[in-house]
Design a binder for this molecule. Structure first.
Ligand code: IMP
Length: 192
C-alpha cells in the first residue's frame, strides 16, 4: 500500500478551517474559565495540538491510552472486509496523570465510531467528579454506533469508511499524513 494510492476524503485546508471553528466555539463556551484537554492516545495527538493552540484559555494537557482487543489487523483475519471491527472489549493502557476533580475536562478523540471507547473513558473520567466533561471528536461515523454516544463538538460526520491521516493510523502507519484519507476495503481485507 502506497500513500499515492490513498484517496483524500478531507483536505488539510478543510481540517484547518473546521478546527478553527471548533476552537472558537470552545473558547466562547468556556470564556474566562480554565480547561484541561485530555487527548486519547495516539490518534488525537495532532488534533489536540492544533485545537488547543487556538483556544486562548488557561489550559493544561493530559493524555489517556486505551486499546480495543481485536481492533484492526487482528480482527481483519476473523472479519474479512470489516477489519477494523472492535470486539467490544476496551482496556486502559495509560491513565490520566492529574486529578480531574472540579475541572472543566475536554476529552479529545480522533474518531467516534462504535462508541465503545468513549463510553468506557467517559465513565472512568466521571468517577473523578469533574466540574464539566465535554466530548470533542474530530470525526463521527454515526452509522457504526453500537453504544449510544454523542460528542458535544464534532468536526465532520463521515460515512462508514476506514480513514487514516491527521493522527489516525492503520497498523500504526499513515498518522503523519496531513489530509484525512480513505483506506480501501481491498487493503483492509488483505491485511497489507
Ligand atoms: P470506537 O470505540 O469504535 O468508537 O472507536 C474509537 C477508536 O477506534 C478510535 O479512537 C480509533 O482509534 C479507532 N478507529 C475507529 N474507526 C477508525 C478509522 O476509520 N480509522 C482509524 N481508526 C479508527
Amino acid at each position: 500500500m502506497r500513500v499515492s494510492e490513498l484517496q483524500v476524503l478531507i483536505s488539510r485546508q478543510q481540517i484547518a478551517q473546521r478546527v478553527s471553528e471548533m476552537a472558537a466555539q470552545i473558547t466562547r463556551d468556556f470564556a474566562g474559565q480554565p480547561v484541561i484537554f485530555v487527548g486519547v492516545l495516539k490518534g488525537a495527538a495532532i488534533f489536540l495540538s492544533d485545537l488547543a493552540r487556538q483556544v486562548p484559555l488557561d489550559s493544561t494537557f493530559d493524555f489517556i491510552g486505551v486499546c480495543s482487543y481485536g481492533q484492526q489487523q487482528e480482527a481483519a483475519k476473523a472479519n474479512a472486509g470489516r477489519g477494523w471491527d472492535s470486539t467490544g472489549e476496551v482496556r486502559l493502557t495509560k491513565d490520566v496523570e492529574h486529578s480531574m476533580a472540579g475541572k472543566n475536562v475536554l476529552l479529545v478523540e480522533d474518531i467516534l465510531d462504535t462508541g465503545l471507547t468513549l463510553t468506557y473513558i467517559k465513565k472512568l473520567l466521571l468517577n473523578h467528579q469533574p466540574k464539566s466533561l465535554r466530548l470533542v471528536a474530530l470525526l463521527d461515523k454515526p452509522s457504526r454506533r453500537r453504544q449510544p454516544m454523542q460528542a458535544d463538538y464534532v468536526g465532520f460526520t463521515i460515512p462508514d469508511k476506514f480513514v487514516v491521516g491527521y493522527g489516525m493510523d492503520y497498523a500504526e502507519r499513515f498518522r503523519n499524513l496531513p489530509d484525512i484519507c480513505v483506506l480501501s476495503e481491498a487493503v483492509l481485507s488483505s491485511g497489507k
